[in-house]
Design a binder for this molecule. Structure first.
Ligand code: AMP
Ligand code: ZN
Length: 600
C-alpha cells in the first residue's frame, strides 16, 4: 500500500519534471513547488516522516517559494523599468531576457538597486529547488528499491542553506570589480574543469572525499574578489593588499583569506560539520592549492613535479592537487577555438584596462597591457608553447603515474568495476579515506558497476585529444600572427609616411617662403589602406568547419576539456550573459574595427 503511494508520488514528480522542460520559466518553477508540496503531503499521509525532517522540508519549500517570488518580482520590475514598451506576449521570453541583460547594462540605463544580487542568483535558486526535489525524490524512491546507499545520505555534511548563502556571497565577490576575465564565469569554468579532470583521469579514485571537496572548494574560491589587476600592479601601486601580504602572492593570499572570512559568518559556514582535524586538513590543502595559482611560481612548480615523477616513491597529494588546479586555471587553450579565443580576448581586455590605469598613473605599461601595441596572437603562441603545453604534458604524465597502478591493482583484484578504495601511493590512509566510497549503481543482471569508475578511464585518449586541441589552437594563432605582423608593418609604414609627408610639408613651406614662389610638394601619398585583417569578433567565430556545431552540441565521444564546457559554452565570458552562437561568414575588418571590438 505504502509502496504504491510512493510510486504514485514518484510518477507525479516525473511528470512535474517533464513539464519543467516544456513550460515557461515561471510555470516550471511553480510546477516544481507544486511537486514539492504534493510530496510533503504524501509524506504526511504515510505518517512515517519524522518531525525534524518535516520541519526542514517545510523550511526548504518556504525558501524555494521565496526565491521564486523574488525572482519573479525582480523580473516584473526590470520589465517595467527598462522594457516597458515590449509586450510580454509578443516578444519571446528569451529575446526579452537578452534585451534586458545586454542593452540595459551596457547602455547604463539600469541603476542597480543596492540590494540587488547579480543575475546569476537565479542559478542559485534553481540549485536550491533542484536539491529539494532531489531530496524528496530520494526519500520516495528509496521506498521502491532505487536506494542510494545510506552512507551517501549520511556523508553529505554541508548544510544546504549555508551552501546557498556562501555561493551567493562568492558570486557577489566575483562580480565586485566587473572584470572581463576574472569573474564568476571564470570561477565556474575552473571549478567545472577541475571536476572534469578528476573524473576523466580517474584521479578521483586516488583522492579521499575530503580531498575532492578541497579541490572543488579551492577552485570555486581561487580568484575570489580578484581586482582585475596583477600582483605586480598591486606591488607597484603599493595597494592595501600588497602592504598586507608583504608583496607575496598578494591576490592569491587575498582570495583564500577573504573566502575563509566569509565562512566566519555562521549562516555561510559550509564547513560547520567537519571535525577539527578534517577542517584543518582541508584548510591546509586549500591554502596550498590557491597559492599555487600564483603564476610567478609556475616554473618552480613544474620543475618540482617533474623531479617527483622521476623518483620511485609516490606523488605528494597536495602537489598533485595543486597541479590539477593550476592546469584547470590555464585550461582554455585546451578547449574549442571559440571558447579559447573568447577567453583570451577577455583576458586581453582586462590587461588593457590595467594598461589604461598604468598610463593614467604615469607608470610603464606592464607586458601585454598596452592596447595599442600588444601582439595578441604572438603572445598566445608563446603562452601555449612555454606554459600550457608543458603544464598539460606534466599533468597527464602525473595522472598516469598515479592512476595506472590503481587500474592494474583494481583489475587484478577484480573488485566491482574497480571501485574498491585502495591505498594511495603515499601509503597514507586518512580518516576521510576510510569514508571514501565509489558511486555504485545496481544493474538489472544483479551485478554492480561504478559510474565514472576506473574501468572507464582512458588516459591515452584524454591526453591525445588535449594535445590535438592545443596544437590546433596554436595553428589558428599562427595564422592570425601573420596578419598581425602585416598590420604592424603597415602601421609602422604609415607612421614613417606621416613623418615623410610632414617633412615634405616643412620643406615646401620653407621653399615657398624663401623663393616666394609656390611649389607643390611631390604629392607623396600614403600607401592605400589595402591591407585588411580577418578578425574574429566576440560574436563571430572565425570561419570554422565545426565550431557552429560545437556551439550547441559537443561530441559525446570527444574526451577533451570542451565537454566540460556545456554550461559556459554559450556564455559570454566578458559579462556572463548568454550568447547565441551562430555560424557567420568571416568578417573583414580594419585594425580600428578590431580594436573597437576588443574594447566592447
Ligand atoms: P589566474 O589569475 O588565477 O586565473 O591565473 C591564470 C593566469 O594565467 C592569468 O592571470 C594570466 O596571467 C595567465 N593566463 C591565462 N590565460 C592566458 C592567456 N591566454 N594568455 C596569457 N596569459 C594567460
Ligand atoms: Zn583563475
Amino acid at each position: 500500500m505504502m509502496g504504491a503511494r510512493a510510486m504514485e508520488t514518484t510518477r507525479e514528480l516525473e511528470s512535474t519534471s517533464i513539464k519543467y522542460q516544456i513550460g515557461g520559466h515561471a510555470e516550471k518553477m511553480w510546477q516544481r513547488l507544486k511537486g514539492i508540496l504534493r510530496c510533503l503531503v504524501k509524506q504526511l499521509e504515510k505518517g512515517d516522516i519524522n518531525v525534524v525532517d518535516l520541519k526542514k522540508n517545510i523550511e526548504y519549500a518556504a525558501s524555494v517559494l521565496e526565491a521564486v517570488y523574488i525572482d519573479e518580482t525582480r523580473k516584473l520590475l526590470d520589465t517595467e523599468d527598462e522594457l516597458s514598451d515590449i509586450q510580454s506576449d509578443s516578444v519571446p521570453l528569451e529575446v526579452r531576457d537578452w534585451l534586458a541583460s545586454t542593452f540595459t547594462r551596457e547602455m547604463g540605463i539600469v541603476k542597480r538597486r543596492p540590494e540587488e544580487k547579480p543575475k546569476f542568483r537565479s542559478i542559485v535558486h534553481a540549485v536550491q529547488a533542484g536539491i529539494f526535489v532531489e531530496r524528496m525524490y530520494r526519500r520516495t524512491s528509496s521506498m521502491v528499491g532505487l536506494a542510494y546507499p545510506a552512507e551517501v545520505i549520511v556523508t553529505f555534511k554541508i548544510p544546504v542553506p549555508n551552501l546557498i548563502s556562501f555561493a551567493e556571497a562568492l558570486e557577489v565577490g566575483y562580480s565586485k570589480y566587473k572584470n572581463p576575465y576574472h569573474n564568476l564565469i571564470h570561477a565556474a569554468d575552473v571549478t567545472q574543469t577541475v571536476h572534469y579532470i578528476m573524473i576523466h583521469t580517474g584521479i578521483m579514485h586516488w583522492l579521499t572525499e575530503l580531498e575532492i571537496l578541497a579541490m572543488i572548494f579551492a577552485a570555486a574560491v581561487h580568484d575570489y574578489e580578484h581586482t582585475g589587476t596583477t600582483n605586480n600592479f598591486h606591488i607597484q601601486t603599493r595597494s592595501d593588499v600588497a602592504i598586507l601580504y608583504n608583496d607575496r602572492s598578494v591576490l592569491e593570499n587575498h582570495h583564500v583569506s577573504a573566502a575563509y572570512r566569509l565562512m566566519q559568518e555562521e549562516e555561510m559556514n559550509i564547513l560547520a560539520n567537519l571535525t577539527k582535524d578534517d577542517w584543518r586538513e582541508l584548510r591546509s590543502l586549500v591554502i596550498e592549492m590557491v597559492l599555487s595559482t600564483d603564476m610567478s611560481g609556475h616554473f618552480q612548480q613544474i620543475k618540482t613535479m617533474r623531479h617527483t615523477l622521476q623518483q620511485t616513491e609516490g606523488v605528494d597529494k597536495a602537489k598533485a592537487m595543486s597541479l590539477i588546479l593550476h592546469a584547470a586555471d590555464i585550461s582554455h587553450p585546451a578547449k574549442s577555438w571559440e571558447l579559447h579565443y573568447r577567453w583570451t580576448m577577455a583576458l586581453m581586455e582586462e590587461f588593457f584596462r590595467q594598461g589604461d590605469k598604468e598610463a593614467a598613473l604615469g607608470l610603464q605599461f606592464s607586458p601585454l597591457c598596452d592596447r595599442k601595441s600588444t601582439l595578441v596572437a604572438q603572445s598566445q603562441i608563446g603562452f601555449i608553447d612555454f606554459i600550457v603545453e608543458p603544464t598539460f604534458s606534466l599533468l597527464t604524465d602525473s595522472m598516469e603515474k598515479i592512476v595506472m597502478p590503481l587500474i592494474e591493482e583494481a583489475s587484478k583484484s577484480e573488485s566491482p568495476a574497480f571501485g574498491t578504495p585502495s591505498q594511495n601511493s603515499l601509503g597514507a590512509v586518512s580518516n576521510a579515506e576510510a569514508q571514501r566510497r565509489p558511486s555504485f549503481k545496481s544493474t538489472s543482471d544483479g551485478g554492480t558497476h561504478t559510474e565514472n569508475s576506473l574501468a572507464t578511464v582512458d588516459l591515452m585518449s584524454f591526453k591525445d585529444n588535449l594535445m590535438k586541441i592545443i596544437q590546433a589552437n596554436k595553428e589558428r594563432w599562427k595564422e592570425l600572427a601573420v596578419e598581425e605582423e602585416l598590420v604592424k608593418n603597415v602601421g609602422e609604414q604609415e607612421k614613417d609616411q606621416g613623418r615623410n609627408s610632414t617633412d615634405a610639408q616643412l620643406q615646401e613651406e620653407t621653399t615657398r617662403t624663401q623663393n616666394e614662389s609656390s611649389q607643390g610638394s611631390d604629392g607623396t601619398t600614403c600607401p592605400p589602406r589595402s591591407i585588411v585583417l580577418q578578425v574574429v569578433s566576440f560574436d563571430t567565430p572565425l570561419s570554422d568547419e565545426s565550431n557552429s556545431e560545437k556551439c550547441t552540441n559537443s561530441d559525446p565521444n570527444q574526451k577533451d576539456l570542451t565537454d566540460a564546457q556545456q554550461e559556459t559554452q554559450n556564455t559570454d565570458p566578458l559579462n556572463g550573459e548568454p550568447k547565441h552562437c551562430k555560424k557567420t561568414e568571416d568578417k573583414v575588418k580594419s585594425t580600428e574595427q578590431k580594436e573597437a571590438l576588443i574594447q566592447n
